[in-house]
Design a protein. Structure first.
Length: 224
């Protein structure tokens, strides 16, 4: 697994926690790997995830002490991001080859599920106007699916099938707090079991690099 910087790394501890200051969240559920708009709550060091538009029967509950290692925390952390926004007809010119989107594809079961995809080509047509004078996009977008039932395949999508990825990288403080607690418990558990903590491993690598550098600098120069 390649390491990516934590999405919570840029957030201060002294920010206000009012929900209106933070973008709405979407979450990639482990159940089907689709993205859903969610609301989160912290309950006794655990994270409760409520799916917008679904009953409480679909709620998911994640204790902060059930992660086995830092990779599991990192993987779960990457399942959260600011909500993607429904693409508007007038935004068509901004969607080009390489645009990252969150899109849906018609299902025989009628389910509407969104997965990450990349636009590979756009077959553009002249935009029409509806009876109220609103711009109507009829362009055809070819997308390469990165997730979901059509992963690694290319299919067609219309403007109504596409959501644009949010540019806001801020994360809800409740999520930030949950992952801080999860990491704290993971490090604490390792100490209790006499294992080397993640921080100790990092320090050992740094110390080793410094020692190697000092050893090289102490070698006599070869003047030929």
């Amino acid at each position: 697994m390649s390491y990516q910087s934590s999405p919570t790394k840029d957030f201060a501890d002294d920010v206000e926690w009012c929900d209106e200051h933070w973008p709405e969240l979407e979450f990639r559920s482990p159940e089907d790997e689709a993205w859903y708009a969610v609301e989160v709550s912290e309950i006794c060091d655990a994270l409760l995830i409520r799916f917008n538009g679904f009953t409480c029967d679909y709620d998911e509950f994640y204790p902060s002490d059930e992660f086995k290692n830092s990779d599991e925390i990192q993987e779960f952390e990457e399942r959260f991001r600011a909500c993607s926004l429904q693409m508007q007809d007038t935004e068509c010119p901004t969607v080009t080859e390489g645009t990252k989107v969150c899109a849906t594809f018609p299902s025989v079961t009628g389910d509407v599920k969104f997965y990450d995809a990349i636009v590979v080509t756009v077959e553009r047509t002249k935009h029409e106007r509806d009876e109220e004078g609103n711009e109507v996009c009829g362009c055809n977008f070819k997308v390469f699916w990165k997730q979901g039932p059509w992963v690694n395949q290319v299919t067609s999508a219309k403007v109504g099938d596409i959501c644009l990825r949010a540019e806001d990288n801020r994360m809800n403080p409740k999520v930030v707090s949950f992952f801080k607690e999860a990491r704290r418990k993971l490090l604490g558990e390792a100490c209790l079991q006499g294992e080397e903590t993640e921080w100790q491993k990092i320090l050992k690598k740094v110390s080793s690099a410094i020692e190697n550098n000092l050893s090289l600098s102490s070698l006599p120069e070869n003047h030929g």
